[in-house]
Each structure stands twice: as C-alpha cells, then as structure tokens.
Design a protein around this ligand. Structure first.
Ligand code: KIV
Length: 265
C-alpha cells in the first residue's frame, strides 16, 4: 500500500472517500493504528493532557513533540504523520515557525505539521513552512492553545459573527496553502457549510458527520479519556488494565505469581 500523503488526502475529498485520523503518541499504539488502516496519525500536543497529565496543552514543548513524533514515525509505513506545533513554537515569527516545523520533520520524521489559528495571524509562518516544502494543516474552531482567551473548552461559531469568522478563517487557510483543516467543536451545520465551500479536506472533531474526515484523541476512543459528547468509546482499555493490575498485585501478594513455570532452572 502506498503511503498516504498531504496530496493524496486532497484526492480523497474529490473522490468522496472519508478520511480516518487518530492522535498517536508512541510506537506500539501507532503501529497498531497504521496496521488498522488509519489514514493519518496526528502527534497532537494533546499529549500534554492525555499522556503527561497537564490540565491544558500549554506546557508542551518542542522537545516533547519531537520525542513523541519520532516514536510515531518509526511505527508507520502507510499513514501520513502530522506533527503538531506546540504553544509558542510558531506564534513568535516565521523564522522560528520554520525552524520548529523543520525539527518535527528532520528529528521527528513527520511528513507534515499542524498549527492552530487563522492565516490573518499566522499566514507568514505558514508561508515560511510551505516554502521549505513542508505541508501544513490548519486548525480552527476550538483552538486549545488559546484556551485562556477563549475562556474554556466550549463550542465555537454558534452566533452569526462566529460563523462568519470561522468561514473566513477556513477560506483564508485554504488560500494560504494548507492541505487540510481541523474543525474542532463547531456546530454540524457550519462544519458542513465550510466543507462544501473549501477544496481542501476538513477533518472534524466535535464537528458532526459532514466533514471529509474525522479525528479522535486515542485515549477518548479506548476509554482512557474524560467523557466528551463527541467521542465514542470503542473499547474500555481502562477497565481491562485496572483489572490486570489488581490481579497482578493480588497474585504477587498471595504467592500465586511467579510460579516455577515463570522461573529459570
Ligand atoms: O492536539 C491534538 O490532539 C489536536 C486534535 C484534537 C485535533 O489538535
């Protein structure tokens, strides 16, 4: 199977084929996702919350992202790897944005990067990264790196001004050259409208069924995340692990493990 690319994802939209994206942070789970046919693995700065235990994504650094991206890249043969640019890695200016995007590619092995926010703010950073030959994914709606400005994790674009702004931001990121667009936590009807208006694929998360593709945070899908209305738990790994850990403790304490069978002569 040929590797999914930023270019082939655009063809998927034209063909009407839905795009399945998951977040990934480590080698073993990324390998399973790649084998399962997930089209793109986003090494999200959500690792700050679901892996590192922070209450938001702001403490995540470039070094963290390079570390996680390199593990995911080593695990994939088919999926497109998208490295997420963390807080303050692209906001300061285009030179720094390019240097950091470059690190996700050269040290992390990613084939593309993602940043949050509109082209009206980050157009020069997007251009600098694209000029170096690195595909850029946009991200609008609920943008967690602006959580203090937004005032909480809530649905965006509910009122007329918000809808107009998000439509303009989507068009602006398409014009800036982004190969795809994450739409996070926006009303379904608005996501459908944006999807119809732009030629690049829209990847929804909390954006309803009419986007060109879907992304979920892995931990939400396997029952290790917090409850979110838009996520679906496909298996309860949390319950399985808790049971296994408790059984291990019990068997070590009772002497049931290890047995002779687990030992060397
Ligand atoms: O960091 C992340 O995982 C993301 C997705 C939720 C889109 O940006």
């Amino acid at each position: 199977m040929a590797r999914v690319t930023a270019v082939s994802l655009r063809d998927r939209k034209k063909a009407g084929d839905k795009i399945a994206v998951l977040t990934a942070y480590d080698y073993p789970t990324a390998r399973l996702m790649d084998d399962a046919g997930v089209d793109a693995l986003l090494v999200g700065d959500s690792c700050g919350m679901v892996v590192m235990g922070h209450s938001n994504t702001l403490p995540v650094t470039m070094d963290h992202m390079v570390y996680h991206t390199s593990m995911v890249s080593r695990a994939t043969k088919n999926a497109l790897v998208i490295g997420d640019l963390p807080f303050l890695s692209y906001q300061i200016g285009p030179d720094e944005a390019l240097r950091n995007a470059g690190r996700l590619v050269t040290e992390g092995g990613a084939q593309s990067v993602k940043l949050e926010g509109p082209a009206s703010k980050f157009g020069p950073a997007i251009t600098a990264i694209l000029n170096a030959g690195i595909p850029v994914m946009g991200h609008i709606g609920l943008t967690p790196q602006s959580i203090h400005q937004i005032g909480g994790y809530k649905v965006q674009g509910r009122d007329a001004d918000g809808k107009k702004r998000l439509m303009e931001e989507a068009r602006g990121l398409e014009e800036a050259g982004c190969f795809a667009l994450v739409l996070e936590c926006i009303p379904s009807a608005l996501a459908a409208e944006i999807t119809a208006q732009v030629s690049i694929p829209t990847i929804g998360i909390g954006a309803g069924p009419d986007c060109d593709g879907q992304v979920l945070v892995m931990h939400d899908l396997i029952g290790m995340g917090k409850y979110t209305k838009f996520a679906k738990v496909y298996c309860d790994v949390s319950a399985m692990l808790s049971k296994a850990f408790a059984s291990y403790v019990e068997e070590v304490k009772s002497g049931a493990f290890p047995t002779k069978g687990h030992s060397f002569e």
